[in-house]
Design a protein around this ligand. Structure first.
Ligand code: 8DG
Ligand code: MG
Length: 151
């Protein structure tokens, strides 16, 4: 299998109860699976700036680059689609009254708030419908979102 390795950025938007925004992907890699707002890292861009741009384009929520925390990176190969991504996961706390809007309806079915615990449970379920990078993150890394926003 040959090709290029691409860089994706996935952004957790957490409210104060550690619920986060997930969406159902549409029209591209992983269609029908649950993923975070995010997208391709553009040339010359930082992961934090990519998160600010993608979150605004996709949900209408304006976050500040200084509030974006880098979490970890995950390696994901999609053999059937001959795709390979390094996904940089970041997170940002947003106000509890934030309302994500579907601004790119051709790419996303809907946005929903989901609890961290439910997401963790879903990742442990065989044949779940999580987008593979997100599933890899939850299965391969030990993450406690409560530690991100203590300062
Ligand atoms: P475009 O390039 O299709 O115009 O828009 P995009 O917003 O940049 O595309 P995307 O399909 O949302 O994201 C691009 C790739 O980023 C996607 O095919 C795979 C990768 N990616 C990950 N993890 C995540 C994630 O958690 N969320 C999103 N949206 N994309 C991710 O590897
Ligand atoms: Mg996107």
């Amino acid at each position: 299998m040959t090709g290029i390795v691409q860089v994706g950025v996935g952004c957790f938007l957490f409210n104060s109860r550690f619920q986060l925004v997930t969406g159902v992907r549409k029209g591209s890699l992983g269609a029908g699976t649950i993923a975070l707002p995010g997208g391709h890292l553009e040339f010359g861009e930082s992961p934090e700036a990519c998160a600010v741009r993608e979150v605004l384009e996709e949900t209408g929520i304006q976050i500040d680059e200084n509030d974006v925390r880098f979490m970890t990176a995950v390696n994901t190969v999609f053999p059937a689609e001959t795709k390979h991504y390094i996904t940089l996961f970041v997170s940002c706390q947003v106000p509890d009254d934030s309302r994500p809007e579907v601004l790119e309806p051709e790419k996303c079915e809907r946005w929903e708030w989901q609890s961290w615990e439910d997401l963790e449970k879903l990742a442990k379920t065989p044949d779940n419908d999580l987008f593979l990078p997100l599933q890899n993150l939850l299965r391969q890394r030990d993450i406690n979102p409560r530690t991100f926003f203590s300062n």
